[in-house]
Design a binder for this molecule. Structure first.
Ligand code: MEV
Length: 328
């Protein structure tokens, strides 16, 4: 078995706007997806997933693209959980030239699916890394990030940025603007995450913003305004000015709300964090449900979130300095 892990992330600034070429600053956190693979000669793909917000299931399907998974949970859940694996395995085949290789794939993840913590990017990065290594090729992190991006791009039908996958492959805080991805310095960030137990549909949310942006000039302006917030945020991070970082996160949340990607539970958690004295709070990722990220060096925000109706889990998140880890 070849085993790799990759971290999830929170967005300090810039989700959604990054899809239209504005900069974004995601930051990797120590919540990981671990993917183990074992090549098989019959060309089949067998996926066993634990903790993907499902009770655990196994899917087996053949080499032919129209083979239907034989499984007893709802097809949409299976589709959500396996599309990224399918597409990642295509990248493995392409990178290694092993067109007919099949795999047993086991996924374990403590990153909730679709909740704004980059679960799909982490699964894609870890699966491509483990898959390529299992057939004798080790990709350097630039190519790994690029191939994981291709995976998201395919599954999200062209509506994906490089932010999640680059951040997951390299770790740390990063700045992404179009094709330009780089690691940046960030001060020690007292990150607290609140999770409402739900998930948004990234493809649908991204499409919703696209429609608004095409329909209303002020929605396009809002996307550009997010870009301005991010540029200010980068300066605040470089200066180590946490108060300003927090103020800009609050602003970023307001702009995302205006674009229709927040939700009642995300707003409740953001306000609970602010009332508890957080330095700043915003939704993270595609929105629609899932997680918020707040900054608070004291225990107050975590405690307040744990008593907030609609918040299922609140936890402190350490920055993940290392992206992909090769475990076996
Ligand atoms: C999703 O985690 C972040 C979005 O900006 C989409 C993307 O960047 O691919 C909404």
């Amino acid at each position: 078995m070849t085993l790799s892990s990759a971290p999830g992330k929170v967005y300090l600034f810039g989700e959604h706007a990054v899809v239209y070429g504005e900069p974004a600053v995601p930051c990797a956190i120590e919540r990981r997806a671990r993917v183990g693979v074992e090549p098989r000669e019959d060309g089949k793909l067998r996926v066993h997933a634990e903790d993907l917000s499902l009770d655990g299931f196994t899917v087996e399907y053949g080499a032919a693209a129209d083979d239907r998974p034989d499984v007893d949970v709802s097809e949409s859940l299976v589709t959500a959980a396996t599309q990224y694996v399918d597409s990642a395995i295509e990248q493995v085949r392409d990178a290694t030239g092993e067109d007919d290789v099949g795999f047993d794939v086991t996924i374990e993840s403590d990153i909730p699916l679709g909740a704004g913590l980059g679960s799909s990017a982490a699964v894609a990065v870890a699966a491509i890394d483990a898959g390529t290594r299992a057939v004798g090729t080790t990709l350097e992190s630039g190519e790994l990030a690029e191939r994981a991006y291709r995976t998201e791009y395919d599954v999200q039908e062209g509506q994906a940025s490089r932010a999640d996958t680059f951040c997951s492959a390299t770790g740390g805080a990063v700045r992404v603007e179009g094709d330009d991805c780089r690691s940046i310095e960030a001060p020690d960030l007292p990150i607290v995450v609140g999770f409402d137990g739900g998930a948004g549909d990234t493809g649908e949310l991204v499409a919703g913003v696209r429609t608004l942006r095409e329909e209303y000039a002020f929605a396009a302006d809002t996307v550009e305004a997010i870009g301005d917030v991010v540029r200010n945020g980068e300066e605040a991070l470089a200066d180590g000015d946490l108060a300003e970082v927090g103020r800009l996160m609050d602003f970023n949340h307001g702009l995302l709300s205006a674009l229709g990607v927040s939700s009642r539970s995300l707003d409740s958690m953001v306000w609970a964090a602010r009332d508890a004295g957080a330095i700043g709070a915003k939704l993270t990722g595609a929105g629609g449900g899932g997680c918020i990220v707040a900054l608070d060096p004291t225990p107050e925000t975590e405690t307040a979130l744990s008593f907030t109706p609609g918040c299922e889990e609140a936890f402190r998140a350490e920055l993940a300095e290392t992206g992909v880890k090769r475990l076996e």
